[in-house]
Ligand binder design. Structure first.
Ligand SMILES: Nc1ncnc2c1ncn2[C@@H]1O[C@H](COP(=O)(O)OP(=O)(O)OP(=O)(O)O)[C@@H](O)[C@H]1O
Ligand SMILES: [Mg+2]
Length: 504
């Protein structure tokens, strides 16, 4: 980017501090954003990225510091103030409303009206929303109810909303965390288009590849403070990691040489059909002590299979066996009784109870283990949960901290900790490291491998190709509800997986 010497930043944050009860989330943070540049904000889980952006978005009031827009001081007291200043915010946790349609979400709070009765002009909303959907490659009608969309598509709706607001500053807090390769590529090109129109973009992501692709500059945060920055020329994977973590990374991020003994089948699916793809039968087995990766495009039916195994949506037909035993799984409770656990994709919907503490969340499925004579043995429970949380490096002042006040990545760790504190036989991870920083990712990989070493059958559903290749002993690939192949470690390559993912 060429910047004139006297150019004024579109946005300046100076000396921003913010303290929550027990947590200094931000301390004297300075960030500038110029029109026509993409600034990547990097930092570990809990470093303060979302908090800083929420100050810009009018969600949090800073304790001190100032914000300038085009060089002039402004106060942002509400979301409305922020929007009026031309700041648009795509949140890390989805903000869309399920009971409205796409257009209703895009125009939420500023619905056009017509006629003397000032009725909502539905037709115009739908008409004006459609081009944004087309631009994003979302091939659905604008009057489709949100509940009919996948997680990735919902995220796209948030982005369509931001585009329609025609912002001068666009904040994207992990916009691609649930998108696949193709969707991500499209989004990145939309962002680059906005940059060339002079929009200043703040981009938060734990996917360092895409940061390297699009960022003009990197700003690092560590423990709520500025940790330095990188210019375009300085942006490499290693330097970004060092900026965030303050050290080089654990060896967990390289594939592990694992001996491959004959492993017996542990969890066997025999001609299982799910409601999403009633005409397809899927058969395969997760072996004892193996990590079976499951790849495929979004919508290929992987999550549905996971939900079938876990009893969220029992299969239409077919059998599931654990060892030699045929299972009758009608609800998650049945699966849990058999020590089969699912760590779901959408933690806010099915993994985490945000109004409970870390301790309550981790102890929840295990209450039987802790209850004696109808009383919960608080001390022991606190011990076990503290250990589980510590093992995963959950960053919080203590286990009595409310889950909703944790950073996104740390919420994910709590969900994982909750299941690992039990003694699993089969664990299904659905997108286990979405939104997880590189350091914590390494820790989670170590944990997953440890589970397998203990003889647990691990199924890892992941859209992150690097992750699949790094972790898996074998990779199963799905395409439109069908299993298109299972690759042994030796046959695994990005190419081979992609070929099967598009239909084989
Ligand atoms: N409402 C709140 N009350 C108390 N503490 C909070 C609140 N919101 C955030 N925090 C704390 O502030 C710190 C920074 O959190 P923040 O969400 O900004 O991190 P982040 O950098 O966005 O992390 P991630 O990569 O996991 O999304 C964390 O320690 C978090 O627990
Ligand atoms: Mg965040």
């Amino acid at each position: 980017m060429i910047r004139l010497p006297d150019a004024v930043p579109t946005l300046t944050m100076r000396g921003i501090s913010k303290r929550f009860a027990g947590v200094q989330a931000l301390k004297d943070v300075d960030v500038e954003v110029y029109g026509g540049e993409i600034v990547a904000l990097l930092g570990e889980n809990g470093a303060g990225k979302s908090t800083l952006m929420k100050v810009l978005g009018g969600i949090h009031q800073p304790d001190s510091g100032e914000i300038l827009r085009d060089g002039r001081p402004v106060t942002i007291r509400s979301v409305g103030d922020s929007i009026r200043l031309g700041i648009s915010f795509i949140h890390q946790e989805l903000n869309v409303l399920d009971n409205l349609d796409i257009a209703g979400n895009v125009f939420l709070g500023r619905e056009p009206v017509r006629g003397p009765l000032r009725l909502m002009d539905r037709e115009r909303m739908v008409h004006e929303t459609q081009p944004y959907l087309d631009q994003l490659g979302l091939r659905v009608p604008a009057d489709l109810p949100l509940e009919r969309l996948s997680l990735a598509q919902r995220q796209m709706v948030e982005i369509a909303k931001a585009l329609s607001l025609k912002a001068r500053v666009l904040i994207m807090d992990e916009p691609t965390s649930s998108l696949t390769l193709t969707e991500t590529a499209r989004l990145l090109s939309v962002v680059q288009g906005l940059r060339s129109q002079g929009v200043g973009v703040v981009y938060i992501s734990h996917r360092l590849d895409e940061v390297r692709q699009i960022a003009d500059r990197v700003v690092g945060l560590r423990d709520g403070r500025n940790a330095g920055g990188l210019t375009r020329e300085e942006i490499t994977h290693e330097r970004m990691v060092r900026l965030m973590v303050g050290r080089d990374l654990a060896p967990a991020m390289v594939p592990e040489a694992r001996d491959e003994p004959e492993r017996p089948d542990l969890l066997t699916l025999d001609r299982v059909r799910t409601r999403r793809y009633p005409n397809q039968e899927v058969s395969f087995a997760v072996r004892q002590g193996e990590i079976l990766g499951m790849s495929g495009l979004v919508g290929s039916g992987r999550s549905e299979l996971a939900m079938a195994i876990f009893g969220v949506e029992p299969p239409l037909s077919g059998t599931i066996r654990l060892g030699a035993e045929t299972l009758e799984i009608h609800s998650p409770k049945d699966a849990i009784n058999k020590h089969i656990y699912l760590i779901p994709e959408d933690r806010r919907r099915s993994g985490l109870i945000v109004d409970m503490t870390i301790r309550e969340n981790i102890a929840l499925p295990a209450l039987d283990n802790f209850a004696s004579l109808g009383l919960i043995r608080r001390g022991e429970e606190a011990d076990v949960t503290a250990r589980a949380a510590k093992q995963l490096g959950v960053k919080a002042p203590g286990v009595d901290f409310l889950a909703k006040n944790l950073s996104g990545g740390n919420q994910q760790k709590v969900v994982i900790a909750k299941w690992l504190s039990l003694s699993p036989k089969v664990v299904i991870f659905d997108e286990p490291t979405r939104g997880i920083d590189v350091g914590a990712k390494a820790e989670i990989y170590v944990l997953i491998r440890e589970l397998a070493k203990q003889g647990v059958g691990v199924l890892v559903i992941s859209s992150d190709m690097e992750e699949v290749l790094l972790l898996s002993d074998r990779v199963a690939v799905m395409h439109e509800g069908r299993l298109t192949g299972i690759l042994d470690r030796a046959e695994c390559s990005e190419e081979a997986v992609m070929r099967l993912a598009v239909g084989g």
